[in-house]
Design a binder for this molecule. Structure first.
Ligand code: PNW
Length: 456
C-alpha cells in the first residue's frame, strides 16, 4: 500500500496529497428533520407514509458533529464527505438562513481541525415539490447549487449528484426508494436525462461564476457501478453481454460526461425510442463536465450469456460464490473486481483523476455489540480492496487521488433502515444520546493512513 501511495504523492501530475476520508449523506446521519426551519424531502414523506424506519433522528449528527469530527481527527482522516439537505437550506425558492448556517458551521469546524470538506450537493433527499422526471428540476438544482457554491467558499471538492443510477432506477422504476414509483423504464430514463442536465448546469455555474476566484477547486459527480465479469472470460458472448451491462449501469452516465457527450450505443439500442434525446447544445454542455471521476464501488457479479434475461447475472461459478456475502444481500466481497473496474475506467475514459467516493461493507445488525465493534471481516474487506487499489495505481497507472470509505458511522441504510451497519464507528440507536464506539476497522484504517503519511 504505502509504496503505491508514495508513487502517487511524487507524481507531478497529481500534485496534491492523497485524500483519505470517510463519506456520509445528510438524510442517513443528520436527523433533526424538523429543526432549524427544515422542510420535508421526499425521503421524509416516503418513509412516513409507508410507516418505515426513517431518518427523523438517525445518528443525530446535526447535534453531535463536533464529537464526530474529533473522532475523525484522532483517526487521522484528512477528508470528510458529507451532503447538503436541500430542503434544509431552501424552502421552495427561498433560502433558509438557519439551515445554511448549519453547513457553514460544520464546514468551519472541519477546517479548524485540519480536515478538508468534500461536499455532495445531492444525495437523494429531494425537496417534496420536485420530481426528477420533470424538466423544471434542472433549473431548481442549478439555483440550489449556486446558493451552496456562494455560501461555502472554502470548499475545494464538490460532487453534484450521488449515484443517479440508484436514485433513478430505485426511485422511479423499482419503487424501492423515494418517491416509491414502480413503473415503466421511461420514468427512470427521464430522471437520468434530467440528472445529467442538472449536473452539467451546476458544473457550468461553478466554472462561470466561481472558478476564477477559487484556485484548486474541483467539481465532479459520483457514479456507482458493480464490476461485471464474464462468467467464462474466453466466451465472446459473455464478454459482450458484460460490456453491455457496464454500459447500462456506468456508461449511461459516464459516457455523456467523460466521453462523447451522449449515451453509449449499447444504451441507445437497449432502450430504443424510450430514451430521451439530447440536443447538440446539451451534449456540448454535458461533455467534459467533471474535473474528476467519482466512483462508488462495492461489489462484482458474473455475467452468464447462456441464461435468459432476468437471471443472466450470477454470483456462483462452478458451484463457488464470487466472494463472501456481507450484511446486504447484494454485497459480495470481491477485491479483484475493484482493480478491474478502476483499470477499465482509466482505459475507457482516461479521466484526469479518479476519487473513490465510496467503498465499504455492511454487517447485519445484531444485539452483539462486541462482535460489531471487533469487525475483523471489515478489516479483511479494506485490506483486500486497498491492496487491489494499490495494484491499479502501481501496475496499471490508474490516476487515483483519493479514497473515501463508506461510512463514518452506522446509519440509516435507506429501504433497509437500521438493519445493516456500514460504519467505521458503531452507533447505539437505542440510546437517546446515540452513543458512538470506534470499531477495530477504523483503527486499522487510521494505522494505514499514518503509515502512508510517512512516505510524503
Ligand atoms: C450507496 N448496489 O448506495 C449510497 O451512496 C449510500 O447512500 C449507501 O448507504 C451505500 O451505497 C450502501 O448501500 C448503493 O446495489 C446502493 O450496487 C446500492 C448499490 C450500490 C450503492
Amino acid at each position: 500500500m504505502s509504496r503505491a501511495i508514495k508513487k502517487l504523492q511524487s507524481d507531478g501530475t497529481l500534485n496534491q496529497p492523497f485524500m483519505w476520508g470517510t463519506a456520509t449523506a445528510a438524510y442517513q446521519v443528520e436527523g433533526a428533520w424538523k429543526e432549524g426551519g427544515r422542510s420535508p424531502s421526499h425521503w421524509d414523506t416516503f418513509t412516513h407514509n409507508k410507516g418505515m424506519e426513517n431518518g427523523d433522528v438517525a445518528c443525530d449528527f446535526y447535534h453531535k458533529y463536533p464529537e464526530d469530527i474529533q473522532l475523525m481527527k484522532q483517526l487521522g482522516f484528512t477528508h470528510f464527505r458529507y451532503s447538503i439537505s436541500w430542503s434544509r437550506v431552501m424552502n421552495g425558492e427561498l433560502r433558509n438562513e438557519q439551515g445554511i448556517q448549519f453547513y457553514r458551521d460544520l464546514t468551519q469546524e472541519l477546517l479548524r481541525n485540519n480536515i478538508e470538506p468534500v461536499v455532495t450537493l445531492y444525495h437523494w433527499d429531494l425537496p417534496d415539490q420536485y420530481d426528477w422526471r420533470d424538466e423544471n428540476v434542472v433549473n431548481a438544482f442549478a439555483e440550489f447549487a449556486d446558493l451552496m457554491f456562494s455560501e461555502l467558499t472554502d470548499v475545494k471538492h464538490w460532487i453534484t449528484l450521488n449515484e443517479p443510477w440508484v436514485f433513478c432506477a430505485l426511485g422511479y422504476h423499482y419503487g424501492l426508494h423515494a418517491p416509491g414509483t414502480e413503473g415503466p423504464e421511461t420514468g427512470m430514463l427521464q430522471c437520468g436525462h434530467n440528472a445529467l442536465k442538472a449536473h452539467a448546469r451546476a458544473y457550468g455555474v461553478f466554472k462561470e461564476r466561481y472558478d476564477p476566484h477559487r484556485p484548486g477547486a474541483k467539481v465532479g459527480i459520483a457514479l456507482s457501478s458493480h464490476w461485471f465479469e464474464p462468467l467464462e472470460p474466453s466466451n465472446a458472448a459473455d464478454q459482450e453481454l458484460s460490456e453491455k451491462k457496464r454500459d447500462l449501469m456506468l456508461g449511461w452516465f459516464a459516457e455523456p460526461v467523460y466521453g462523447s457527450g451522449d449515451y453509449p450505443p449499447n444504451v441507445k439500442s437497449h432502450y430504443g425510442d424510450q430514451l430521451p434525446v439530447f440536443s447538440e447544445a446539451e451534449k456540448a454542455m454535458i461533455k467534459g463536465s467533471s474535473d474528476f471521476f467519482g466512483l462508488n464501488h462495492y461489489t462484482s457479479v458474473y455475467v452468464d450469456s447462456t441464461r435468459g434475461g432476468g437471471s443472466d447475472e450470477t454470483r456462483i461459478k462452478h458451484g463457488a460464490p464470487i466472494g463472501a456475502l456481507a450484511g446486504s444481500e447484494w454485497l459480495y466481497v470481491v477485491p479483484w473486481g475493484f482493480n478491474r473496474i478502476l483499470t477499465y475506467i482509466k482505459t475507457r475514459w482516461d479521466p484526469k483523476a479518479i476519487v473513490v467516493t465510496e467503498n465499504g461493507m455492511s454487517d447485519a445488525d445484531t444485539s452483539d455489540v462486541t462482535s460489531l465493534v471487533n469487525d475483523y471481516s471489515r478489516i479483511a474487506f479494506f485490506e483486500g480492496y486497498l491492496t487491489e487499489m494499490a495494484k491499479a495505481i502501481l501496475h496499471n497507472d490508474v490516476p487515483l487521488v483519493g479514497y473515501l470509505a463508506w461510512s463514518l458511522l452506522d446509519n440509516f441504510e435507506w429501504e433497509d433502515g437500521y438493519a445493516e451497519r456500514f460504519g467505521l464507528i458503531y452507533v447505539d440507536f437505542n440510546d437517546p444520546g446515540r452513543r458512538r464506539v470506534v470499531k477495530q476497522s477504523a483503527e486499522y484504517l487510521g494505522g494505514l493512513i499514518a503509515q502512508a503519511e510517512l512516505c510524503r
